[in-house]
Design a protein around this ligand. Structure first.
Ligand code: GDP
Length: 375
């Protein structure tokens, strides 16, 4: 399961965003630092513009089961976390298990909400968090290098990583090879993980000054230190707006937007759409569809080119479904979901010869509908 760790300084809006994303009020959003003590997790569905729903209808299935990401709300980080301050150690251990970091940055101004450093400073905040992650990795790497059991490729790679960190660059900027990545994988280095910065903007800015907010975020991205300017990406969110409308009926939502002088927020800007899509792109995940039911009633994510992970093949996928399906694997029937949805249904596609028959070595492609034939 792909884990997305939500990090950021206290009071930037992590819990609020977490709640908006999970649509369940699991994490308590309160106006004081350290209110999030236990790491909370919640599944969030992988959006696909309604494709799964339509496939499930085609399959005559009443329940579509979507692939999910696991969102992890990590306890608030403060300056000094890498030395164990605040909830430092716990924070670091939780984040080590995540595949990608969603780094929430406060850009909203609200005098009623305390800022831990006394003023709203998106770039400064991001630097504090990034530096803690970097220092934590440096200490971790140096401890490992001090051991006599650290040899061969592991020692070579870690020496390279140490040098990189000392220069103030996160380990992911090294662009390690698959083999190099594997050799130090068990360490779960924090700065190897891809980062998405979520700029938590004021709801009015998001609704009415979207272009300007975007420009400001881009400009901030350019000034954040200890990041990977090539690969790190960002998204605009308004945690409060989403939390607010999550509580309202359709009618009330319309009124709410009207009161702000806006006609509403396009679906693709809602964080439960934008964040998982970005995660999918960054991690190189594919979303595929399968039974039970023909053509499909379930979507699943598969890794396509993750560091140290070969892309998923039909035979591995069968194994994910069930051991018996894998051992009895005969062939896979595959069709692209978009082309299937355009056409005349599964039976029609089959008789028109538009289904492909693939063997166990077939590499799954994003958007595939795949049905395994087994005995
Ligand atoms: P966390 O400590 O990072 O988890 O922050 P919370 O999500 O608990 O938010 C702290 C406080 O800031 C809460 O009272 C939220 O309602 C408020 N807050 C969060 N996001 C926004 C926002 O976009 N605008 C405003 N005005 N307040 C927000």
């Amino acid at each position: 399961k792909t884990k997305v760790g939500v990090v950021g300084l206290p009071n930037v809006g992590k819990s609020t965003l977490f709640n908006a994303l999970s649509r369940q009020s699991i994490a308590a959003a309160e106006n004081y630092p350290f209110c999030t003590i236990e790491p909370n997790t919640s599944p969030i569905a992988m959006p696909d513009d309604g494709r799964l729903e339509r496939l499930a209808v085609m399959a005559g299935s009443r329940r579509a089961v979507s692939a999910t990401l696991e969102l992890v709300d990590v306890a608030g980080l403060v300056k000094g976390a890498s030395r164990g301050e605040g909830l430092g150690n716990k924070f670091l251990a939780t984040i080590r298990e995540c595949d990608v970091i969603l780094h929430v940055i406060r850009t909203y101004v609200d005098d009623d909400i305390v800022h831990v450093h006394g003023r709203v400073d998106p770039v400064g905040d991001a630097d504090v968090v990034n530096l803690e992650l970097l220092l934590a990795d440096l200490a971790h790497v140096q401890r490992r290098l001090d051991r006599r059991t650290c040899n061969g490729i592991e020692r070579d790679v870690l020496s390279k990583v140490e040098e990189c960190l000392v220069e103030g660059r996160p380990a992911r900027t090294l662009g390690l090879s698959l083999e190099e990545g594997q050799s130090i994988k068990s360490m779960g280095l924090l700065t190897l993980k891809p980062v998405i910065y979520a700029f938590n903007v004021d709801e009015v800015d998001l609704l009415l000054d979207r272009e300007e907010s975007l420009q400001r975020a881009k400009e901030s991205m350019g000034r954040i230190q200890y990041c990977d300017p090539e690969k790190d990406s960002f998204v605009l969110v308004s945690a409060k707006l989403e939390a607010d409308i999550g509580e309202l009926s359709e009618n009330e939502t319309a009124k709410y937007f009207e009161s702000l002088g806006s006609d509403g927020l396009p679906d693709n800007l809602l964080s439960h759409n934008s964040v998982p899509k970005l995660v999918k792109d960054m991690l190189g995940l594919s979303l595929v569809y399968t039974g039970p039911g023909v053509p499909a009633s379930r979507s699943q994510t598969t890794k396509s080119h993750l560091l140290g992970q070969p892309a998923m093949r039909a035979h591995d996928f069968a194994g994910r479904l069930h051991g018996d399906i894998q051992s009895g694997f005969m062939q896979a029937e595959v069709i692209d979901s978009a082309s299937l949805l355009e056409g005349e249904g599964y039976a029609g596609a089959k008789s028109a010869g538009r289904l492909r028959t693939e063997g166990r070595e077939y590499t799954l492609q994003d958007g595939d509908v795949i049905l395994i034939k087994w005995k």
